[in-house]
Design a protein around this ligand. Structure first.
Ligand SMILES: [Zn+2]
Length: 304
């Protein structure tokens, strides 16, 4: 696949098309499954690489792993091919107002700023209308089979793609790096994300191939367990910060999850971190481990 970005053969006919800078956003890697009916997963490689790919490979189908735009901003280059995403995420690809609703910015004081930032980061060029698929669906290229694995949490319709024959899982934004697990939009769910990590562990992939960064081939389970443990770590950080009463604004100003090192970056980190803090607080309040007194939150000592 010369000239289509750097291609890494995961198994015969199954290629990871490497995005610039190892898939640092706004880029994301693609998965290419070759055969009589070749399938491409995600279109965030950047227009030059996608145009080169289109000249070399006849694609029968394009799939989007989820609605985030770093994974599908090249959809507009596939106006003549069917493009599909999970039923729960397709609406946010088809409509920018649904997209912003899913992010959870409506009604915020900084709504206009976040909108501008988001569109400035990856310009929006309308693509073809995206159809839908479901978890468990299998796409047969004639040479190999790719199975959709619904992995919600990061977004409601976030999906991975499993090549069972080689136990290779393209895990999209299940990226066991220091940044995630990421559940920083209103429609994200940390409970679903935790269950998703367990599901990935149970699939026991030989290679875990995320959309950003390098494939993980060794210590996959260990990496995933460490990744999941960060959800509990964040909870502990938050409980620690709530040893004395604090308002939401005060908690967020302490950057309990991403630390002060990333704080000067401002948007979108501040918005993502706030959303994640809110999700943890909601759960802690529901569990009675944190109480809200007026505008302040405080942890309740647990009797063991
Ligand atoms: Zn994403």
């Amino acid at each position: 696949m010369e000239g289509c970005g750097e291609a890494l053969e995961l198994d015969p006919g199954l290629l990871l098309l490497r995005a610039p800078d190892w898939g640092r956003i706004p880029y994301a890697h693609s998965l290419l499954a070759l055969g009589r009916r070749s399938v491409l997963v995600d279109t965030g490689l950047g227009p030059p690489a996608i145009k080169r790919l289109r000249r070399r490979v006849k694609l029968a189908l394009v799939l989007n792993s989820h609605y985030h735009r770093d994974h599908n901003w090249g959809n507009y280059l596939f106006k003549d091919a069917p493009v599909r995403a999970h039923r729960l995420d397709a609406p946010m690809i088809n409509s920018m107002s649904a997209y912003f609703r899913a992010m959870g910015i409506a009604g915020r004081r900084d709504e206009a700023l976040i909108r501008r930032f988001t569109l400035g980061f990856i310009p929006h060029i309308r693509g073809p209308r995206v159809g839908t698929f479901e978890g468990g669906e299998v796409f047969d290229t004639g040479e190999l089979e790719l199975e959709v694995v619904h992995l919600p949490g990061h977004s409601p319709g976030h999906c991975g793609f499993l090549h069972r024959a080689s136990r290779t899982l393209f895990s999209a934004d299940v990226v066991p790096d220091s940044f995630g697990p990421w559940y920083g939009h209103a429609c994200s769910s940390m409970e679903d994300f935790a269950a998703t990590i367990d599901k990935v562990i149970s699939l026991s992939p030989r290679a875990l191939v995320p959309s950003h960064g390098r494939p993980v081939r060794r210590g996959v389970e260990r990496a995933l367990r460490e990744y999941k443990s960060r959800i509990a770590w964040r909870e502990e950080r938050l409980l620690g910060a709530l040893g004395r009463p604090r308002t939401l604004g005060e908690i967020i100003n302490e950057h309990p999850f991403y630390g002060r090192r990333r704080a000067p970056l401002g948007l979108p980190y501040s918005f993502w971190e706030e959303t994640m803090v809110r999700k943890h607080l909601e759960r802690l309040v529901a569990e009675g481990r944190v109480v809200k007194v007026g505008r302040r939150f405080v942890s309740r000592p647990q009797i063991s």
